[in-house]
Design a protein around this ligand. Sequence first.
Ligand code: UDP
Length: 346
Amino acid sequence: MNKGRVLVTGAAGYIGSHTVVELTGAGYDVVGVDNFSNSSPQMLDGIRQITGSPLTFIEADCSDRNQLARVFEQYPDIRASIHFAAHKAVGESVQQPLKYFENNLTSLLNLIGLSTADGNSRGIVFSSSCTVYGEPDPENLPIKETAPVKPATSPYGRTKQMCEEILHDCTAACPGLKVIALRYFNPIGAHPSALIGEMPAGVPQNLVPYITQTAAGIRKELKIFGNDYPTPDGTCIRDYIYVVDLAKAHVAAVDRILGTTGSDRYEIFNLGTGTGLSVLELVNHFISATGVNLPYSFAPRRAGDIIKVWADPGKANRVLGWKADTPVDDVLRSAWEWEKKVRGIR
Ligand code: UDP
């Protein structure tokens, strides 16, 4: 069954690659786009091996309108886009805000312009983030989509907020446009085939890649940033969601956007498990699930860290008919299998 053509920007990236696999499995014709600014063509081979089918792919920079226009000229039958392509390093965005505003905003503006230029109806699924909630007030946990958006603490976070607002306004003005913004909590893990996964450049900033690199002996020890937070064990709490579960939510979002039954033209969904885990709990899950030694020590707090946040995924569960239900031990094992594969560890 062919369900139509979907453009995936950032197709070689971490969440993008897993989503291309799930879309293909669900019967969509994918056209992938990436400029490899923070990803590698190797990921496309992984996708092709998993799906067992050729992947339509164009190397293009979404912030260059002409390059993205050529994609739409070549594939005017694109019915919806999933927009992953963006810079995402919080720390770098503080150092180089203009790089983030230029790239993340321009790419989205180009995509909206080209999605609506020929008068066809199209959908956009946008990669947003729970970072828009900032530090939630305790009475707002678990956090619903109706919780207030707090002033962004980094230019990266601000681009996510601004992009959501731009999409909201454009949807109101353009009857052919339908948008779903997906606010991700903390995506982790890798495809069970270990053919695609997270590939951070340089020293990982995120917890799970740091854990797996430490377990692989590339880093000496994991530093747990802060054990004096007002949480049961003193470490920060997050909602860690399996990247494959997350990818499946994108298929559900595209199904909804292209469906005929009336949905609002601009919708927001939280994508999380609904369960918060502390850093220490996640570390202990990793050790017990893999049986691997993981040296760690406590270090000072990291500037800007949120103390605790986890999702109320009830709206996505009900409306998208989707649930993140992969056990965290399986997820952590998948991350470890991927790390071993990348490092050639048996
Ligand atoms: N963290 C840590 N050591 C690391 C990396 C992260 O203790 O080397 C902690 C971090 O302080 C936070 C949690 O792990 O409490 C998740 O961090 P990550 O950067 O993965 O996600 P985010 O902070 O963006 O939610």
